[in-house]
Design a protein around this ligand. Structure first.
Ligand code: CO
Length: 302
């Protein structure tokens, strides 16, 4: 039996760290960032991505993100050195960055977060496909996530997510918790000074989604409600159809301290919601036209 047949007949192997034939050297999947090995082309790709985001983000990203970016050793010219980032981050919020080759299995991911280690993709995307990402790369993970982790509330929330993730997996409700992460850490919006701003890493690291999330007429922008969000499916391969707006970054603190078990119980019999749905009970900041995703569906179905 060859390797491929082995993995095909043993789905269990996937959960234990053999994804696409990749066998990690270490159980925690951590690798050396090997900063010296980045090429001039790698750094140039970073610079292209960096320059276009820093032009777009002032006035769009929330102040916690902008402050974090300012205070970290992240600059245009080169891909950051994870050790130098970790020195600053450790002092501020007790987190470290560790390099990983790409996506890691859930249990590995949760274990890192629960121990205040953020696993960041070591590689950078292909410059020919600047806006297409199969897996989170160093630009998404570092530029997108790390500035917010300089914020003590986000720092605690991420650790709580790691702890809660292991539990949710045992309870068979990981999907619910993953939606909370998706609609906050990855695609969250927040009210600030009477405006809606971005804090989600998936948005701040994406050229097209930065303006789409805030200014396009297509998506819904809905006030954040924990149970509602836990019921809402999301798009993994496309721009979001709905974004949720937190009243403040500090409101994440409450979620870091909440025992979700009673909420999981309460939601057990409630139907899931599609990403485009708007409910009577929603606090609607902007009702989307849905035009973007309608056009996509038309293209897909002819
Ligand atoms: Co991410």
């Amino acid at each position: 039996m060859d390797d491929q047949a082995m993995t095909a007949t043993k789905p269990e192997a996937e959960r234990h760290g053999i994804v696409g034939g990749y066998v990690p050297e270490r159980a925690d999947w951590v690798i050396d960032q090997n900063w010296q090995a980045y090429t001039a082309a790698d750094h140039a790709t970073w610079k292209t991505l960096f320059d276009r985001q820093v032009k777009l983000l002032p006035g769009r990203a929330c102040s916690a993100f902008m402050d974090g970016l300012r205070d970290l050793p992240i600059a245009a010219e080169t891909i950051p050195d994870f050790e130098k980032l970790s020195d600053v981050l450790m002092e501020r919020t007790g987190w470290r960055i560790v390099a990983v080759p790409g996506m890691v299995p859930n249990d590995v991911f949760f274990d890192h977060l629960a121990n205040r280690r953020f696993p960041a993709g070591q590689f950078i995307r292909n410059p020919k496909e600047l806006d297409y990402l199969v897996e989170p790369d160093v630009f998404h993970d570092i530029f997108g996530h790390v500035p917010m982790m300089m914020n003590p509330v986000m720092a605690d929330f991420m650790q709580a997510y790691g702890e809660g993730g292991k539990r949710a997996e045992r309870l068979g409700v990981l999907e619910r918790l993953a939606r909370l992460y998706w609609y906050t850490v990855e695609f969250g919006l927040v009210e600030e000074a009477d405006q809606v701003r971005i804090f989600g890493a998936g948005i701040v690291s994406s050229f097209s989604e930065t303006t789409f999330a805030l200014e396009d007429a297509s998506p819904n922008r809905i006030g954040f409600d924990l149970k509602r969000v836990m019921r809402t499916h999301y798009r993994i391969d496309e721009l979001q159809e709905s974004y949720f707006v937190l009243p403040s970054i500090d409101s994440l603190l409450e979620f870091a301290q909440t025992d979700f078990a009673p909420i999981y119980d309460e939601l057990r019999d409630q139907a899931d919601l599609t990403p485009s749905m708007v409910l009577e009970s929603d606090k609607v900041f902007a009702r989307g036209t849905g035009a973007y995703h309608a056009a996509l569906a038309q293209k897909e179905h002819g």
